[in-house]
Write a protein that binds this ligand. Structure first.
Ligand SMILES: [Zn+2]
Length: 255
């Protein structure tokens, strides 16, 4: 059957699925986002692990495999490069199916380990953090509450991965975060500017210490997490990506 136009995936799954996969195809390692004249280009497709509309052969072959009831659930979806999606979509054996199923279990487990709050919808997490960020006392610039050196040691990723991650977040969530900021009670432009200034100061103080962009990114995420006492790591990353795009942080990275 045609793999292209059979349904609309809930759009908000895309960024989560990309994050889960670290923006790389879990099969072959190819990048899932490209760049063309400064714009992000989608190089991925969202695949169903258990087929959305199984053929009669698939129904028989996959009768006894473990599967999720809802074919459109997050657990049954995976972001793949276009080539791997084309290949896997015609699988009819339980073995092929299990390969994909296990791959999903693996990356889902890794990503859950990273973010224990993954059962809360990401939009709710973002809203929660922005609410708290609103109440942060911006009249006091508090010292950073972590050791930058330790952060630096924890970062092992290449710069390009950070770039891909930030892009994926911006593509998916920038308008949402912007709207959320606009909807916060009594947040006015002045308050927004104060929060943005805080983020910028946080960034500058880390940059002055000669930290890498990854370390700075991680540092600002931790800073927002501690300021808002939030456990929502990915939502904090999305908010930092928002500020990056909004030119408070690394203005060269996404231009
Ligand atoms: Zn691939």
């Amino acid at each position: 059957m045609s793999i292209a136009k059979r349904r609309n995936i809930t759009p908000n799954f895309d960024a989560r699925l990309l994050t889960e996969a670290n923006n790389l195809c879990p099969f072959c390692g190819k990048r899932l986002l490209g760049e063309k004249t400064g714009q992000s280009v989608k190089l991925y497709e969202i695949a169903h692990i258990y087929p959305h509309s199984p053929t009669s052969e698939q129904l028989v072959a996959l009768e006894n495999v473990p599967k999720y009831n809802d074919a459109e659930s997050f657990e049954n979806l995976i972001a793949l490069c276009q080539d791997c999606h084309t290949k896997q979509d015609f699988h009819t054996t339980a073995e092929d199916y299990m390969q994909l199923y296990n791959l999903k279990q693996k990356i889902m487990g890794e990503s859950k380990a990273m973010d224990s709050a993954s059962n809360v919808p990401i939009e709710t997490q973002i809203g929660d953090i922005l609410q708290k960020l609103k109440s942060v006392d911006t009249t006091l610039i508090s010292p950073l509450s972590y050791t930058p050196v330790a952060v630096e040691q924890k970062i092992g990723q290449e710069n390009s991965l950070l770039r891909e991650k930030v892009k994926a977040f911006v593509v998916q969530y920038f308008p949402f975060v912007q709207d959320m900021f606009g909807q916060l009670d009594g947040i006015g432009k002045q308050k927004f500017d104060k929060i943005a200034t805080e983020v910028k100061l946080c960034f500058q103080s880390m940059e002055e210490q000669g930290l890498s962009q990854e370390a700075v990114f991680d540092g600002i995420v931790k800073w927002i997490k501690s300021k808002t006492q939030s456990q929502y790591g990915i939502a904090c990353e999305i908010i930092v990506a928002f500020f990056i795009q909004n030119c408070e942080v690394f203005d060269e990275i996404t231009k």
